[in-house]
Design a protein around this ligand. Structure first.
Ligand SMILES: Cc1ncc(COP(=O)(O)O)c(C=O)c1O
Length: 279
């Protein structure tokens, strides 16, 4: 076998933390609002800036809520599973280790009774046409450890009654996601944008918000997972009022990455730069 002749500019391979943007230095963080409350006016406006720039770069519909939550992508996914699952049967799609982890959450921790697992071996995808629009569906857009991704959202019905819950952590910014097919989307900053690990992003469709406000989970909800209070969405979470204390250095770094994405031309340029599309 011949060694590949084209080498990446940065030899540090990882699915996250990923390489920083070209030219990044710690100086990119000089305007961070450190040493003061994240609930101060400047602190909150930095957090809101991440949300606003994210919506713009990714083209997330106005009706969708975007929140910054604790515990990276895992925190965002588990918050969604614990908050939303229960009222309907659920189809769990798995074809590599992260999808498998969410199956284990749903079967062994939440112990839901009506669970169908649609599983494929490494390198393959399960039969997406077997998913049922009357049921919730949990899946990973890009199975990071196998490199197998769903091809598009055509298999998701526009008339679905269930929710689609999508772990898109290694897909977002590298692939164009069909937002209207997705009810919950999660990711973390250290993936495609080369940000810092710590916080998760949680995007909710209007139907996901409706479920949150109409369904009370059958299990106790720790504060760190709570998205509602008295049956109402805690809207502040989606305006930069985080549940607990975020790192403002990580926030500044996320802003730096998003600004760079805008400068190079937005989502399509990022998809090309990430290597997920032909140059
Ligand atoms: C598909 C997928 N889900 C979840 C995770 C966990 O992400 P985090 O460390 O941000 O919680 C990863 C990390 O590589 C991933 O690739």
């Amino acid at each position: 076998m011949n060694k590949p002749s084209v080498r990446p500019a940065c030899p540090d391979f990882s699915s996250g933390p990923c390489a920083k943007r070209p030219g990044w230095t710690p100086g990119a963080l000089k305007d961070a609002t450190v040493g003061r409350s994240h609930r101060s006016k400047p602190g909150k406006s930095k957090l809101k800036e991440v949300i606003d720039r994210t919506r713009k770069v990714l083209g997330i519909p106005e009706a969708y809520m975007i929140g910054i939550v604790p515990a990276s992508d895992t925190g965002a996914v588990e918050m969604a599973l614990w908050s939303l699952l229960g009222p309907r049967g659920v189809d769990m799609l798995t074809w590599e280790s992260f999808g498998e982890g969410w199956v284990s959450d749903v079967q062994k921790q939440l112990k839901l009774s009506d669970v169908r697992v649609l599983k494929a071996p490494y390198g393959e995808l399960p039969d997406l046409s077997k998913t049922d629009p009357a049921r919730d569906v949990v899946f990973t857009w890009n199975g990071t450890t196998s490199g197998v991704k769903v091809p598009n959202g055509d298999w998701i019905s526009d008339a679905r009654q269930g929710l689609t819950i999508c772990d898109a952590t290694s897909a977002v910014f590298a692939m164009d996601l069909p937002w209207r097919k997705l009810d919950v989307v999660t990711w973390s900053w250290q993936k495609v944008m080369g940000g810092e690990g710590a916080h998760g992003m949680l995007v909710l469709s209007p139907r996901a918000v409706e479920r949150l406000q109409s369904h009370v989970p059958a299990w106790p909800m720790p504060k760190i997972f709570r998205l509602t209070q008295g049956g109402k969405l805690i809207e502040g979470i989606f305006k930069g009022e985080t549940i607990n204390t975020p790192s403002m250095l990580c926030v500044e770094d996320a802003i730096d990455g998003l600004k760079w994405g805008e400068e190079i031309g937005g989502l399509h340029a990022l998809i090309v730069a990430s290597g997920a599309a032909p140059r």
